[in-house]
Design a binder for this molecule. Structure first.
Ligand SMILES: [Zn+2]
Length: 61
C-alpha cells in the first residue's frame, strides 16, 4: 500500500501519514478535523480555499 505520494499537508505544512487528498493536495488528519470542526459548511469551504490559495501564492512567488 505504499505509494509515492506527497504527504506534506497543504494547510500546516507537516508531513503526516494519515490524511485525505483533495484536488491532488494532501490535508493531514489534524487539519481535516480542524476544517470539519468549523461551524458552517460554507465557512469551512472558504477557509479551506483560502488556505490553498495561500499555499499556491507561496509556491508561485
Ligand atoms: Zn495539516
Amino acid at each position: 500500500m505504499t505509494e509515492q505520494e506527497d504527504h506534506s499537508c497543504i494547510v500546516c505544512g507537516h508531513e503526516e501519514e494519515r490524511g485525505i487528498f483533495i484536488f491532488r493536495s494532501f490535508v493531514c488528519h489534524r487539519c481535516e478535523q480542524e476544517i470539519i470542526k468549523t461551524d458552517a459548511s460554507e465557512d469551512r469551504y472558504h477557509f479551506f480555499i483560502r488556505q490553498m490559495r495561500r499555499i499556491w501564492l507561496k509556491q508561485n512567488a
